[in-house]
Design a protein around this ligand. Structure first.
Ligand SMILES: C[S@@+](CC[C@H](N)C(=O)[O-])C[C@H]1O[C@@H](n2cnc3c(N)ncnc32)[C@H](O)[C@@H]1O
Length: 350
């Protein structure tokens, strides 16, 4: 549950009236005692496990992909930017893989975008590269550089707050949050949408019963697209998400590996939502970027060689446990596990 101070902060901010769902999520995740500012969420012992934490092969495949694109299309000084590096595992695996082409890191100006101070310290501890060369950490992306950029992320875009709309008999309602003073808990209510601007926007979705949108996510991605367009570069993002109509809202809370209500364990549990890839693709197209890839995580990893990599690891190191490696790869590519739910979008102007 939120601390008294935090509850007061939210109530104060909103005059104890109802407030928008995305504001609630933003506070629960990013306020000074919100989840992403004070917790260590990732890893088998913590709230959730991500692909780089499952297998080194995930980062190796991405590493080869990045090195190839840099060599073929950039081959000069560039920004290498990871969004939300978590424990630093993906960067570590990319760095090891990229040694096949020493010029890659010699030309890289590395910038890690991390909002969580504790994770930043863990990244410093885990990254050998940091001890040899400079890495810049920032809380937000800086769009000033004029160099070409390679930007990549895994499970970053699912962290952005969403708004939820419901269509009942052609009337749109938006989900809001209220605080119940007596029971000291939050609950949700629906408020009829009256803003003409929002109704005009929603008219595109009038055949749908529900519509979930993250304006902040779309805006962040749009800034990346404009930045790439100005300076050349490529953005590879992997996240769980969809490109078809959804029947149910995707917002979810995870506490200790289990799904919970977003109103429980506030500030101590992850709240995330599936990425609407259609909207990101639309934004990239509007900014005249090329869609290099839009495939499931399964197809991406297989296309770029995870099965061959597994074989190679097993023949190179006879001590490796084949069953374990099979299980890791299965978890990443099986359509009933992470294979289909996770998607890979690559946009560029290279
Ligand atoms: C779900 S974790 C994924 C971590 C890592 N990429 C992985 O796959 O293991 C999200 C990461 O993004 C960071 N993060 C979330 N929102 C952020 C934001 N708006 N700005 C910077 N970092 C953010 C979190 O602190 C965390 O490191």
């Amino acid at each position: 549950m939120l601390s008294k101070k935090k509850i007061n902060k939210i109530k104060l901010l909103n005059n104890n009236k109802k407030f928008r769902l995305d504001k609630f999520i933003e506070l629960a995740l990013f306020a000074s005692n919100g989840y992403y500012l004070r917790n260590r969420p990732i890893g088998k012992k913590f709230d959730f496990v991500t692909s780089p934490e499952i297998s080194q092969m995930f980062g190796e495949i991405i590493g080869v992909y990045l090195v190839y694109h840099w060599k073929e299309k950039i081959n000069s000084k560039f920004n290498l930017i990871e969004l939300g590096p978590g424990n630093g595992t993906l960067f570590k695996d990319i760095e090891r893989t990229a040694r096949i082409l020493p010029n890659f890191f010699e030309n890289a100006d590395v910038n890690l975008i991390e909002i969580n101070k504790e994770l930043k310290e863990i990244q410093k501890k885990n990254l050998n590269y940091f001890r040899q060369k400079k890495i810049r950490w920032s809380k937000a992306l800086n769009f000033k550089s004029k160099m070409p950029s390679i930007i990549y992320s895994n499970e970053f875009f699912d962290c952005f707050p969403v708004r939820q709309f419901l269509n009942e008999n052609n009337h749109w309602f938006e989900r809001y949050v209220k605080f119940n003073e007596k029971e000291s808990r939050y609950y949700s209510i629906n408020k009829r949408v009256i803003s003409k601007k929002i109704l005009d926007y929603l008219s595109k979705y009038k055949k749908q019963k529900i519509y979930e949108v993250s304006y902040s996510r779309n805006k962040y991605f749009e800034q990346i697209c404009k930045y790439l367009k100005r300076n050349r570069g490529i953005c590879i993002l992997i996240d769980y998400g969809y490109n078809k109509k959804i029947k149910n809202f995707t917002l979810q809370a995870i506490y200790n590996h289990k799904k919970t209500s977003i109103f429980e364990n506030i500030g101590q549990q992850d709240i995330s939502s599936h990425v609407n890839f259609n909207e990101l693709i639309e934004i990239a197209k509007q900014n005249k970027l090329k869609i290099n890839e839009f495939v499931s995580q399964r197809d991406f990893l297989i296309k770029y060689g995870i099965l061959e990599r597994k074989k190679k690891l097993l023949t190179k190191n006879l001590n490796l446990n084949k069953k374990l490696l099979d299980e890791e790869v299965d978890r990443l590519i099986n359509v009933d596990r992470m294979g289909n739910l996770f998607k890979c979008l690559v946009v560029s102007n290279l």
